[in-house]
Design a protein around this ligand. Structure first.
Ligand code: ATP
Length: 664
């Protein structure tokens, strides 16, 4: 079968159109083939008739009238047609086609494959009883003729039909081409549409994303709008503020200009004042230097070793005890006599004695009276001189009371008063450009053993050592030396040391009476402006009881008494040797004199405060103490002030050469 024939059925116009143009319903095969078959079959099978010719058997003109083939077929129509077209060419249902033909009229089977599939009409015809009845005998010529005529009629009819069909064929072919092109276009459109649909799907997804994005952006936009609104209002407020500030700035600038001129004025005046202050400070410094020198000269005149004598009053509980008779002719003299009548001749020789010292304080003297005199030595310590204050006397004579005193302000002893003076003076001096450092240590010497009162449990040995070979200064090894920034800090340390001494006293049976207690305050001052430094030590010493050892009732204290006597004798000897200006001074004979060596030598101020108990039974010890004090009182130590200064300017009041050591 040719290609055109095979494609034809599916490309035929819709059934309605076929009917309109009188085209028989397509079966199988092409139109040309069909025509040929019809011709052949009509020759061999007279009963057959053309399918589709029946209804109208329309003439060619009529068919042409009914053909709207030329009219354009809409796409919708074209899309609607294929199902019915293809339905009409269902090759698998030839039988149904055959049955659609009325039984009385023989059908012309249009079949493209006659050999394989004989037409049903041909197969049915021999079985038809009508056909059998119409059989004419061979001898019936007339019948044969009639039959032949009828056949001819039918053939002529078929011929007409065929002619009509052949006229329609080019129209249909043309229509077919149109349909093909239309289909091609439709297919293309379809492809295009599918492509567009696909694109649309992609686009719609993208659209979805874009919509979401747009929504986000819109939301963000709204937020930004709000922010912008807020910022705009802030900006407006800020602008308002700026305007406000600008106006204020203007006012302030004017004020500033005025203030500047005031400040300049003040600065000039300040400069003037500073210059004046510098000048005043210079003057004050010079005056202070002068005061120091004069103060020192006064003390020199009074003596480098001064002796005060203090007689303590009997306490309430001691009122029953007989007391010696004391007389105080002036503030530096003292007469003492025993009041007992039953004295032997030897005793009578000794029952009255007169002594003279730098100062004598009767029993009614207060702590402040003593300190008034002693404060001059404290001032000397602040001026750069080493100072030693000894409280000497027998046990119970009032040494500790004088040095430490009580807790109330009136009864405060020399140590707390001296500390107060030092820190008050430092405060004043600091305003004049001085800077001071105060260091302190507390120790006691018992049986020639040094004990640290700030660190009493220290097991390390405490030895008196030279600071260095070139220096005459000494120090105690392993001794705690505290730097005290304030009077409060120092008072805390003093209390601690006193407590430690008190604990030892209870444990060691009147230990405190039998030991020397030494409070050392080292003062270092520096005046950077005047390039001056001072350094001094204030030693406040509460000596052990000076009573003599008496073997008959104090055997248990033999060792300690000997030790005390030895150190006191050593102190006495050192002082005497100093007075003699001896070449060798036995400082190292006792720990006490060794430790106090720098403060007893030339560069020193020494005060011996002899304390006297007023009782009759102390008379001999009283005489002993007063005699010792008299010996000391005669000593004059050459004083050498520890001052290094680049400032002189004191020509009119120039101290002795030894007093001031000029810095080179
Ligand atoms: N001037 C005084 N006014 C009032 N009371 C005093 C005075 N001197 C000493 N006392 C009192 O006398 C007693 C003995 O004085 P203190 O303890 O000071 O003597 P001491 O010489 O230090 O004795 P020790 O050598 O045992 O330490 C103490 O109770 C003390 O308060």
């Amino acid at each position: 079968m040719s290609e055109g024939a095979s494609k034809l059925p599916s490309r035929l116009p819709q059934p309605g159109l076929r009917r309109a143009v009188g085209i028989p319903r397509p079966m199988q095969g092409s139109c040309s083939t069909m025509t040929k078959r019809v011709t052949r079959q009509s020759m061999s099978a007279p009963d057959l008739r053309v399918v589709g010719a029946k209804p109208a058997a329309a003439s060619g003109a009529q068919a042409r009238r009914n053909v709207p083939a030329r009219a354009p077929i809409s796409t919708a129509q074209r899309n609607a047609q294929p199902s019915s077209v293809t339905a009409g060419v269902n090759r698998k249902r030839p039988a149904a086609v055959a049955t659609a033909v009325p039984a009385k009229k023989p059908l012309v089977q249009i079949d493209g494959n006659k050999q394989n599939k004989p037409a049903s009409a041909e197969r049915v015809a021999p079985q038809n009883p009508a056909n059998k009845q119409r059989k004419v005998a061979a001898w019936d010529t007339k019948g044969q003729l009639e039959l032949a005529n009828k056949k001819i009629e039918r053939l002529q009819q078929e011929k007409e039909n065929l002619e009509h069909a052949s006229v329609q064929l080019p129209i249909l072919t043309e229509e077919l081409d149109v349909c093909r092109r239309e289909k091609e276009r439709v297919n293309n459109d379809l492809k295009e549409a599918r492509k567009k649909i696909k694109e649309n799907e992609g686009l719609s997804m993208e659209c979805g994303h874009l919509r979401a994005e747009v929504e986000c952006l819109q939301k963000r936009g709204k937020e930004l709008d709000m922010k912008i609104e807020q910022l705009a209002s802030d900006l407006a407020a800020a602008n308002e503020k700026i305007r406000d500030l600008q106006s204020k700035e203007h006012i302030l600038k004017e004020e500033l200009t005025r203030e500047r001129s005031v400040v300049k004025n003040l600065t000039d005046r300040l400069q003037e004042a500073a210059d004046k202050e510098r000048q005043h400070l210079d003057d004050i410094f010079k005056l202070n230097q002068l005061r120091r020198i004069m103060h020192n000269q006064i003390l020199d005149l009074k003596g480098n070793v001064r002796v005060f004598c203090r007689v303590r009053p009997p306490l309430d509980q001691e009122n029953d005890k007989p007391i010696c008779a004391f007389d105080f002719p002036d503030d530096g003299s003292l007469e003492v006599k025993s009041s007992q009548d039953t004295q032997n001749a030897r005793q009578k020789k000794l029952d009255k004695a007169s002594f003279s010292y730098d100062k004598v304080f009767p029993p009614n003297s207060g702590q402040s009276d003593i300190y008034e005199e002693l404060s001059q030595l404290v001032q000397s310590a602040l001026d750069g001189y080493n100072v030693c204050v000894f409280a000497y006397g027998q046990t119970g004579s009032g040494k500790t009371y004088t040095m430490e005193g009580g807790t109330d302000p009136d009864s405060q002893g020399m140590i707390p008063r001296a500390v107060k003076t030092i820190f008050e003076s430092i405060a004043v001096q600091e305003n004049l450009g001085w800077q001071f450092t105060v260091k302190c240590s507390f120790l006691e010497i018992y049986n020639e053993t040094i004990r640290d009162l700030l660190n009493p449990n220290c097991n390390l040995p405490h030895e008196v050592k030279m600071l260095d070979t070139n220096s005459e200064d000494v120090y105690v090894s392993n001794l705690k030396v505290e730097t005290v920034p304030s009077i409060d800090a120092l008072e805390v340390l003093i209390a601690k040391a006193q407590k430690n001494r008190f604990v030892a006293a209870t444990v060691m049976n009147e230990h405190s009476s039998r030991s020397h207690s030494i409070t050392q305050l080292k003062v270092e001052g520096k005046n950077s402006t005047q390039r001056t430094e001072i350094r001094s030590t204030l030693n406040l010493i509460d000596l052990a009881g000076s009573e003599r050892y008496r073997s008959e009732n104090q055997s248990d204290r033999k060792t300690e008494t000997c030790s005390i006597n030895k150190s006191l004798a050593s102190l006495s000897l050192v002082v005497l040797k100093l007075a003699e200006k001896a070449e060798h001074i036995p400082f190292r004979d006792s720990k006490l004199t060794h430790l106090l060596m720098p403060s007893l030598k030339g560069n020193s101020k020494t005060l011996m405060l002899v304390n006297i108990a007023p009782f009759e039974d102390c008379f001999h010890e009283t005489l002993s103490s007063l005699r010792f004090a008299s010996r000391v009182s005669r000593v004059k130590v050459d004083s050498k002030r520890q001052v290094k200064s680049s400032v002189s300017g004191l020509a009119s009041c120039k101290p002795r050469q030894a007093d001031v050591c000029q810095r080179q």
